[in-house]
Design a protein. Structure first.
Length: 382
């Protein structure tokens, strides 16, 4: 069992000139070091006397801090082993501040570079500001481990609630935490754009988006309609695909898997590469639905580089209606997603949960709307 090296505790600072008790100062910093995994599960904290000497404080102060984090379930004192770090128990930490509002919330997003998420964050912030609440925005870069670490850190910071966007991120499985608390949320949480969640959720009508975009292309007499998507394991994209499939089936058109391209990310570059694959098919599609405007804009570039015209040779529709969609040439027909409203609605729901209200409407679905410009073959904005 590895012992925490004293050099790893150099960040600990005790200020005797504040009104915060020294034991509380030490306890808060140790909680943060454990939550941020600077001190890992299974490591031993320094002996009380050694840490007291290092910090220049009374050993009883260190003992009191150790006792507090043991009451929080973060460490255990074991005969012959010393004070050993346990798994991070969200419930124990959250219960310490259960009756004390901090007027802070956490917002976790998978990719802040995706234009979808800044608009969502602005919606959250606008409602939070009205209610004098501070928002911590955490970007996971699509990494589940980073997202789980942010959950620990935000709980350690004792935020009042969470708004979570990344698929699969939650409190389902915590290392070292078992029993009744395992898998449950220790504080109010609202999920956004996550179909299938059993908790409080705000969704977009992504199935309607896929159906509207595909049906509109069918109205232009296209029957070979390609799809550029990201992972179809993501529930939101499954809904988009379902709308695409149902629109085709309603028109008597079979889905052709050969013209469905799964891109690695919601980027212009990914859309460009996906469209190149479609254009190199023996029978390329006459129209493309891309499940993100960034993908569609990348596809437009690839189409032009192939010496083809949009929409005369290949029609194109995106999804989200980001700001850039209206200024590319030709302007992009897309399905508008009310991302600002998505964030605002999630924050309003979270405010009610934090206030202790019974929010019976556990799922809210916001409508999406086709915005007709020129890439579909229509004459202009409608």
């Amino acid at each position: 069992m590895r012992r925490v090296l004293m050099k790893n505790l150099e960040v600990l600072k005790i200020n005797p000139d504040t009104d915060v008790p020294l034991a509380v100062q030490l306890k808060q910093q140790l909680v943060w070091l454990i939550a941020s995994r600077q001190i890992e599960m299974g490591e031993r904290l320094p002996p009380v006397r050694e840490l007291a000497t290092h910090l220049g404080i009374n050993l009883h102060t260190v003992r009191a801090a150790y006792r507090k984090i043991e009451e929080d379930g973060l460490v255990a004192t074991r005969q012959g082993l010393g004070t050993v770090v346990l798994g991070f128990d969200h419930f124990q930490i959250a219960q310490q501040a259960a009756n004390v509002r901090t007027y802070t919330i956490g917002l976790i997003v998978p990719d802040i570079n995706n234009p979808f998420y800044p608009a969502l964050a602005r919606g959250v912030e606008d409602v939070a500001r009205e209610n004098h609440v501070l928002v911590f925005i955490c970007n996971t870069d699509e990494d589940p481990a980073t997202g789980q670490a942010y959950l620990d850190l935000l709980i350690a910071k004792q935020v009042d609630g969470l708004i979570v966007a990344p698929y699969g991120l939650g409190f389902r499985s915590q290392p070292g935490v078992e029993g009744a608390h395992a898998g449950r949320a220790p504080i109010p949480i609202v999920y956004v754009d996550r179909p299938g969640e059993t908790g409080h959720t705000v969704l977009l009508d992504s199935e309607g988006a896929g159906r509207a975009a595909t049906a509109h292309l069918i109205e232009h007499r296209h029957r070979r309609i390609g799809l550029i998507t990201c992972s179809l394991e993501t529930p939101t994209l499954q809904q988009c695909y379902l709308g695409y499939e149902r629109a085709l089936n309603s028109a008597g058109v079979a889905v052709d898997p050969s013209i469905i391209i799964v891109a690695p990310a919601f980027t212009v570059a990914s859309g460009y590469e996906a469209a190149k694959q479609l254009l190199e098919k023996p029978a390329p599609p006459a129209a493309i639905f891309a499940v993100g405007d960034t993908l569609a804009i990348g596809a437009m570039r690839a189409i032009k580089e192939h010496g083809l015209r949009v929409p005369e040779d290949i029609a194109l529709i995106g999804y989200n209606d980001i700001e850039m969609a209206a200024v590319v040439e030709p302007p992009l027909t897309t399905v508008a997603a009310p991302t600002h409203e998505l964030g605002a609605t999630a924050m309003q729901m979270l405010q009610r949960l934090v206030a202790g209200e019974m929010v019976e409407e556990r799922q809210i679905t916001l409508p999406t709307e086709l915005v007709v410009r020129r890439t579909c073959g229509c004459g202009g904005d409608h």
